[in-house]
Design a protein around this ligand. Structure first.
Ligand SMILES: Cc1ncc(COP(=O)(O)O)c(C=O)c1O
Length: 380
């Protein structure tokens, strides 16, 4: 398989070890294993893990972990769950097992690049279902209806959405499912940002898995729980799809890490205490961004995210986003991801999950830098 470079990952790895303020990060501020113990009260269990031999772990994920994950979905048992190396592996396995060359796939656009690039590399015809700034990045269901055809094999959605913070309401998700069913397609739903409801906003739709056997849900501990380093995600779907993905994974990563699987059990047993921390950080930082934007009216704006941890800032300067993002990182030591990595020029993607103190400082530094560029290059 030949695949195009993952633009955002290339850009992130160029700068993430260099800068002081990473406002491009896509998850909540990560926690340590000790902090996980303190937040959950499971320090003794964590200490006992250090004495366990590091065996190959059960390839599908332990039954304990799969039971915990199955409990997050209605009508789902452990046989419907495969534990994976992050959501990224779950997505990769589903695409590789359910799509073949020549299939048509409708993918939300902009998107986490993997969702479009892997189907494209498999030889599928990728049709873009575009969320537009002038429609407040809303999912337009009539447009989806027009995009699908009898050749459509899969509709790929992501809600809450990376990079816009858009969400699918329950009615909208039901309609996506109906449209998919009408042409015999799968709904592949990347729910990496599940549970990340924002103050004053409705909940994102329930998982695609709960809509029926054509619904496939993917999720992760990376974004909502602050544990990207665990590399622990999962896919949930019909048993035969899970088995197919498992057999494919024998050739890729074989099984989840032994400790990662056990730590994930601790996380999911204590989901709510970890989510309290997440919501507190996200809502506080979101207020800071809104204030920061108000102070720069006419220069910076955004469509307020309705869920998740990300949003797209638009700026009124004739400066390409890659140039602005590079110079911000190099000269001001602040990372804001270039909108061009998502096909949204004159935008920067911000993540509001970072350590609040650092986030406030980083915003201040970025604001001063962007104002300086505006005074030199002019405002449109
Ligand atoms: C929408 C989306 N899906 C999947 C992933 C991959 O996440 P993980 O760390 O679980 O592999 C990301 C990471 O940024 C993402 O934004």
């Amino acid at each position: 398989m030949r695949i195009e470079p993952f633009s955002l990952e290339r850009w992130m790895t160029t700068w993430e070890t260099e800068v002081q303020y990473d406002l491009a990060e896509s998850g909540i501020q990560p926690i340590s294993v000790n902090e996980l113990g303190r937040l959950t009260g499971e320090q003794d269990r964590i200490a006992s893990l250090l004495d366990e031999p590091l065996l190959y772990s059960e390839a599908t994920g332990t039954i304990e972990l799969r039971n915990l994950i199955a409990g997050l979905y209605s009508n789902t048992g452990p046989e419907n769950v495969l534990v994976t190396t992050g959501a990224i592996e779950a997505n990769f396995l589903l695409f590789n097992n359910l799509l073949v060359q020549g299939d048509e796939v409708v993918v939300v656009d902009p998107c986490y690049q993997q969702l479009a690039s892997v189907p494209k590399a498999l030889g599928c015809e990728v049709k873009h279902w575009t969320l537009r700034a002038d429609n407040e990045f809303r999912y337009d269901l009539d447009e989806l209806q027009q995009l699908v055809s009898p050749r459509t094999r899969m509709i790929v959605v992501n809600s809450p959405h990376n990079p816009t913070g858009s969400i699918l309401s329950q009615d909208e998700m039901n309609r996506v499912y109906e449209i998919a069913e009408s042409v015999g397609a799968w709904v592949m739903s990347d729910e990496a940002y599940r549970w990340l409801t924002l103050p004053g906003q409705p909940e994102s739709a329930k998982p695609a898995r709960e809509l029926g056997e054509s619904g496939l849900s993917v999720s992760t501990l990376s974004k909502p729980f602050g544990l990207p380093g665990l590399r622990l995600g999962w896919l949930v779907g019909p048993e035969d799809v899970v088995r197919q993905c498992w057999w494919f994974r024998d050739y890729v990563s074989l099984s989840p890490g032994y400790l990662n699987d056990r730590l994930a059990q601790i996380v999911l047993r204590n989901r709510e205490s970890l989510m309290d921390r997440t919501r507190q950080i996200a809502s506080g930082n979101l207020e800071l961004v809104e204030q920061w934007i108000r102070e720069r009216e006419g220069l910076i704006d955004w469509v307020r995210p309705r869920g998740g941890l990300l949003g797209l800032l638009s700026y009124r300067m004739d400066v390409p986003s890659s140039e602005l993002a590079d110079s911000l990182a190099r000269d001001a030591s602040v990372m804001l991801a270039p909108g061009s990595a998502f096909g949204n020029e004159h935008h920067l993607r911000i993540g509001f999950g970072a350590n609040p103190e650092k986030f406030r400082e980083g915003l201040e530094v970025a604001g001063q830098y962007i104002e300086r560029v505006a005074s030199e290059r002019g405002v449109r």
